[in-house]
Design a protein around this ligand. Sequence first.
Ligand code: ADP
Ligand code: MG
Length: 258
Amino acid sequence: MIKMKLEIKNLYVKTIDNKEILKDFSLCVAPGEIHAIMGPNGTGKSTLSKVIMGSPDYLITSGDILVDNTSICSLETDKRANLGIFLAYQNPVSIEGVSSSEFLRSALQAKESSKINIYEFMKNMDQAYADLQMDPNLMHRSINENFSGGERKKNEIMQLKLLKPKFIILDELDSGLDIDSLKIVCNNINQYLETFPTTSVLIITHYPRILEYIKPQYVHIMNHGKIIQTGDISLAFEIEKKGYILSTNAMSGVETNE
Ligand code: ADP
Ligand code: MG
């Protein structure tokens, strides 16, 4: 069953060289909910996504991350992926010498802990490439090596379609995608959500454009490592009109000359 509740409780996170990035960050995403986190550059959005995935570059100094009421903080990244958490990275890294088809085959094998049907796998992979309008030759090249920005982003969503996660984090999905590719990618995600409506999604973005395609029920504004306001989609468009500085000043009661 594709269903997961993810809860982040009063999380404090610093880098290994002691820079505090997340400060008392809390969020709860129930199955089937779509949440967006918006915030200015450098506020800790990508850090949050990497900490959820278990990146060793960060230390949790207090607080907890729970999946279905059980802490996942001691789990390695691969275990979190096997639980069904998926992160489409802001800057997907290339992996020399490993092709997408090899990578996905072993990822699926690890997840399902039984031998996968190669014929079925190749059929699904071909279908995902066609759905995303990707060049099928990319499947045999080293992952992301010399891929364009758009190809990297599409490749992340191709993986999502095959791995069938329960909890999807999209970190700045629109960066590197032209408007037509963004539409194709978002249509694929929406189709996935129609097929598996209890999937949860966390969309991290600083522009509201992507939210016109994948519609969140909740929009959170993040600043200096924590959520400072929560609203619905109208909050995202307010930010677009006013910018983060005016909006966050208004929230803290600072007078502005609009
Ligand atoms: P955002 O995604 O909101 O733009 P990030 O989470 O990427 O922000 O970064 C937040 C801040 O933390 C930035 O100032 C960034 O330079 C810093 N930072 C992030 N990761 C590291 C790291 N591994 N080591 C040192 N500083 C980091
Ligand atoms: Mg970022």
